[in-house]
Design a protein around this ligand. Structure first.
Ligand SMILES: Cc1cc2nc3c(=O)[nH]c(=O)nc-3n(C[C@H](O)[C@H](O)[C@H](O)COP(=O)(O)OP(=O)(O)OC[C@H]3O[C@@H](n4cnc5c(N)ncnc54)[C@H](O)[C@@H]3O)c2cc1C
Length: 440
């Protein structure tokens, strides 16, 4: 067989070192192949804890691990820093833009695409400047700058009327990310910042959770949604259901009631955060064009039962970017999909011909609401409150990449529980009114 690596072994190029890409690469460790992992960043990011980085609980190092370090013992794998831009399916090459602007053309025998999603503004792209989403480390750090900066600016203002917009935080979206973020801002304000300011009372921070549905956490059972709502209420989060965010500026958020479109409300809020949706990263469009397939409504690329693309058995799409059977966009789908594709490629490279279908084993989902309160749903098992919180902690530590990050996170959580403090509050210089993100 003709191969595209210098050694004559099958060359597998993996785009993206998130959950899907990393697990595909690891599954190929013992296979007779060469692996090249391409990512636009240098780290594998644990997105489920981004909100803890954004609210000063964990450092960016605690929720990310260098890709090179994670693959250091895998002799058949190398790492390339760059953003995949295009694919030539006839030549079997992928064009990668390097940080210096140059383009690298990488030949492949198998191409595994696991490039994930980005924040979607549903046609309201002008909101992005003032309401960052939460998908990348840059997003988490921009959000941290906005939140911490808002308390600092409020402290320096002479009267309550001027301070109020700085102490009002509007979170759009009542899914897990919005709920976690809203809860954490209240906990930051009422516990960690409690005695640190002289003019303001951080506990007066108003946190608005603005959600289009009729209950928060719609992907969980109604009973768990109710329990989550009760915890949010007890924390002091102000939830507004059945509303769309229809306007965001530097100092105002506008909502429209879904059932009464003429009912428009304006909130004076200097901080708006956006968690209402995702769409495939731009590379998905280039890939779909090159492969001659149509993206779904979220920009995902359709795949066959084995996760390869119809008519292109050497191109595979896994994780959030692949569109198949309405599988949820969660880490476990990406990890299992990555491992599945790695196994099939290893089998083919070893001379096999079978291409097994991908079967997802649902291990459940979890969302953190507040300290000692989380919800966990796995089949018939439903946990909330303290038990849910313990289970949530164990699950997240188990999936965090790297022993050092696991140990550091456990120590950090313990210290925060014992002292109520949050030490990861460093912000870079910048304008807290805007959030500029390099990857949109
Ligand atoms: C805030 C938040 C909280 C979440 N909480 C949970 C949770 O509690 N439980 C759960 O199961 N799931 C959760 N998820 C979802 C989960 O993180 C995703 O389902 C998972 O990350 C998808 O993995 P992936 O490999 O498809 O993509 P990703 O993990 O997003 O990885 C994509 C990788 O591709 C890289 N990339 C993108 N474009 C290019 C390009 N053109 N060239 C090169 N590299 C590129 C990116 O840098 C990234 O490293 C959460 C997501 C977010 C954002």
């Amino acid at each position: 067989m003709r191969t595209r690596s210098e050694t004559g072994r099958t060359h597998v190029v993996i785009i993206g070192a998130g959950f899907g890409g990393l697990h595909a690469a690891r599954r190929l460790k013992k296979a007779d192949v060469e692996v090249t992992v391409v990512d636009r960043g240098t780290s594998h990011l644990f997105q489920p804890l981004l909100y803890q980085c954004a609210t000063g609980l964990l450092s960016q190092g605690a929720i990310s691990s260098p890709i090179r370090h994670l693959l250091r013992r895998q002799r058949n794998a190398k790492v390339v820093l760059g953003e995949a831009k295009n694919v030539d399916v006839a030549a079997r090459t992928v064009a990668v833009e390097r940080p210096d602007g140059s383009t690298m053309t990488i030949p492949y025998d198998h191409l595994v695409v696991a490039a994930g999603m980005r924040t979607a503004y549903h046609g309201c792209d002008d909101f992005a400047e003032f309401a960052p989403g939460m998908k990348t480390l840059d997003d988490a750090l921009a959000i941290r700058r906005k939140i911490i900066g808002a308390f600092e600016l409020a402290e320096s203002l002479p009267d309550a009327t001027q301070r109020r917009p700085w102490l009002t935080f509007a979170v759009a979206g009542g899914g897990p990310t919005g709920v976690e973020l809203a809860g954490q801002i209240r906990e930051l304000a009422t516990l960690a910042l409690e005695n640190e300011f002289r003019s303001i009372d951080p506990g007066e921070a108003r946190v608005l959770l603005l959600h289009g549905g009729d209950r928060v956490l719609p992907s969980f059972s109604p009973a768990l949604s109710r329990r989550a709502q009760k915890t949010l209420d007890d924390l002091g989060v102000e939830t507004h259901l059945g509303v769309h965010v229809t306007g965001v500026t530097a100092d105002q958020v506008e909502t429209t009631t879904k059932s009464e479109p003429h009912e428009i409300t304006h909130y004076e809020a200097k901080t708006a955060l956006w968690t209402t949706g995702v769409e495939a990263v731009p590379f998905a469009a280039a890939l779909a064009r090159a492969l001659g397939v149509e993206q779904d409504h979220g920009g995902r690329v359709p795949v066959e039962a084995d996760l390869s693309v119809r008519g292109h058995p050497e191109v595979w799409v896994v994780g959030d970017m692949s569109s198949r059977d309405e599988l949820p966009g969660v880490a476990e789908v990406a990890m299992q999909g990555g491992r599945h594709v790695g196994a099939v490629i290893a089998h083919l490279a070893g001379g096999g011909t079978d291409r097994a279908a991908f079967r997802y084993h649902d291990l459940g989902s979890a969302a953190y609401i507040a300290r000692r309160h989380a919800v966990v749903q796995a089949g018939k098992l439903q946990l909330s409150g303290y038990l849910g919180w313990l289970a949530w902690g164990v699950i997240h530590i188990a999936f965090l990449a790297g022993m050092r990050n696991r140990m550091g996170t456990v120590m950090n959580w313990s210290a925060t529980l014992l002292t109520d403090s949050r030490r990861e509050r460093a912000i870079t210089y910048g304008d807290p009114e805007t959030a500029r993100q390099p990857y949109r």
